[in-house]
Design a protein around this ligand. Sequence first.
Ligand code: ZN
Length: 252
Amino acid sequence: RAGRFDRQIMVDYPSYSGRLEILKVHARNKRIDDSVDIETIARRTPGFAGADLANLLNEAAILTARRQKEAITELEITDAIDRVTIGMSMKPMLDSVKKRLIAYHEVGHSIVRTLLKDADPLDKVTIIPRSGGVGGFSASLPSEEMGLESRAAILALITVLLGGRAAEEVVFGDDEITTGASGDIERVAKLARLMVTQLGMSSLGLVALESQNNEVFLGRDFIPRSEYSEKVSSLIDEQVRNIVNQCHANAK
Ligand code: ZN
């Protein structure tokens, strides 16, 4: 009855075995080719909720019908995963300066990802544009263990994110770099700042300088951000800059 049940229960994203069972349920009423391995799909979809998995198989079925195939194959599954996670693929770009630039940018991410041992391995790189304004992308397989990353892994991720811009600089020169890296740079700034202010992963050492809700920790108490000294703030900025500069040089 309303008002009697006040406990909130968090339902987390399904694990591998959960996803496998959910996929089996939604696969029941679809014609799926024998070559398709449901276990592989379950492995490729960490972070998918039940509804996302249902959506994935529906998209795959729609693609199968459109391609006039008898049953869903691996190809439709792969395309449907991209569609659900990144957006619909559009017509390839015509040859142009822009296309060359995007190609080098994505290859930059991919090479750095491939060469760094602490980065998640490359799964796919493409310059087929997607709905929603994405010109291309370079992606790793999503990993199962979310939320526990080593310092080396975070640095590797920052370096991979800077790999796109680094490639633009190397190939086209400093004057020709583009706005294409703005999303990357935003993520880099967030990650580097997180390392310094919350994870104790810089040479400022083991201090959490900011709590989750953006207050600042100085020794004993949290104080609002506006009250912490300019000195601390410039120390943080310096550490963030060091991390970003080092990763950028490494990417290059
Ligand atoms: Zn990029």
